[in-house]
Design a protein around this ligand. Sequence first.
Ligand SMILES: [Mg+2]
Length: 441
Amino acid sequence: MAKDLSKIAKQKKIKYFLISFVDLFGVLRSKLVPTEAIKEMQKNGAGFAGFATWLDMTPADADMFAIPDPDSLIQLPWKKEVGWLASDLWMNGKPVAASPRVILKNQINKLKRNNMVLKSGVECEYFLIKPEGSSIADSRDTQPKPCYDQSALMRQYDLIKEICDAMLKMGWNPYQNDHEDANGQFEMNWDYSDSLNTADRHVFFKFMVKSIAEKNGLRATFMPKPFENLTGNGCHAHVSLWNGNKNLFLDKGDKLGLTRLAYNFLGGIINSAEALSAFFNPSINSYRRIDAPVTTSGATWSPSKISFTGNNRTHMIRIPDPGRFELRLMDGSANPYLLQAGIIAAGVDGMEKKRDPGQPLFINMYTDGDNYPNLKKLPSDLEEALEHLSNNEPLLSAFGEKNVTSYLKLKQNELKDFNSKETFSKKDPITEWEKINTLDC
Ligand SMILES: [Mg+2]
């Protein structure tokens, strides 16, 4: 029996609900619904015109309906009378196949049929900047190596505390907050969970950080590379696969602590990495973060080639501890649902085809990567990533050819718009187009 939102509203004194969904470009959309109407909305959903969002629809298409998932309910910690709900999109009585949350659920069901659950945690880096977007918020945050800078962290204490307190209250088990490697950059970590829960929380985290920053007179950005000389915003994921309480990736007898199954899963990710970039690095600006010139801090902390290793952050995949790996490819503009869905889709393909990831490489990729010319390079721009996606059989079949084609069409339109106004070059300054279109990603 689904939870009765109307009853919950009375108990928790919720006056309004945000019935939300995320479109293909990761934009969070919603309707604000008074509690008096939630009973009807819980049953039939809130209506939206799909064409008005980043979904491949026309103005002539029927209404789509966002049916809220009551398990996702969060009372806005900074405005308790509003309840936030993630929802699934329906049209003409069927789920909208191209909706990112539906795509993720389909991948989760594939694992479920084999009694497997993917668990993951995400590390969403962000900058605190001035509202107009041209510089970081804290003009005293100027150290050349600002990572873990205590003073700069504590100058933002009130804001960081408000976000961390909210996560504590929501039961996310946050455990650390720090100043990251770029001036003005922060990261907050909370416990990993199953992939749908992590994706919903990822969506909410971005909304919360932006909202609380705004309340404090600042702006938060997850843009992959908002400043040329500074480290970009990554969104690394730590991944493991479970059967009940058993971690299917853990083999204490292996040198890096992974099972054959885990290596096959990795093999799938490595095999599809260039195509995955189209989802993991979905903005034009994303490619300023990958294979970027050295930053003022001394390292970009982002990958340039497709490789894996032990506890070494210069590779695309790091195995920091037995039983899990960290995928470092994704950036702050990745769609939270397609991020998780992409990991599962490529991983399942790797397990099914028993793909071999090759040998781990124990080198500093930033200094010695060029000595390994056989390693595949990551795409150098969005166009190249889309090209790889259009030819990637595992992702086409996992996400559905029609859905991938829709995504490609929308992204190619975006590229066309950019190319009509600007030229993309990592050597040139970040364009106005990128700032306007990506600062609030
Ligand atoms: Mg980090």
